[in-house]
Design a protein. Sequence first.
Length: 139
Amino acid sequence: MVRTVTKHDKKTQFIGTGRRKTAIARVFLRSGTGKFSINGKEPSLHLGNVINYLNLIKKPLETAKVGEKYDVIAQVHGGGLSGQADAIRLGVARALVALSASNKALLKVEGLLTRDPRSKERKKYGRKKARKRFQYSKR
């Protein structure tokens, strides 16, 4: 399979990086017709037909009112579908701030520029998981 890559100069594309749990997304915002691409696939193929995830990644564009003006190309790896969707959402929001500083106030009010710091707690010794203990037997 041969992939042709077209070069874009830095003035026509805006880049944002998003992270959530162990997922990392690089998001490229290019002027276009409002198409989404995640790892070269349609969002419904990559994330499944979970409408919640699809609405989640489109929310920053709707908040900034630039829905159909830009194409979103996302390269994402690590984590599961939920973490990847949140990482893409943060990446899109950061790319919109790179596009125009006036978007920052709109996105900040909606909480779209805040990275969710929650991640998996590490396993402790003497336990089954992070907090779960082995069953206690009196006799």
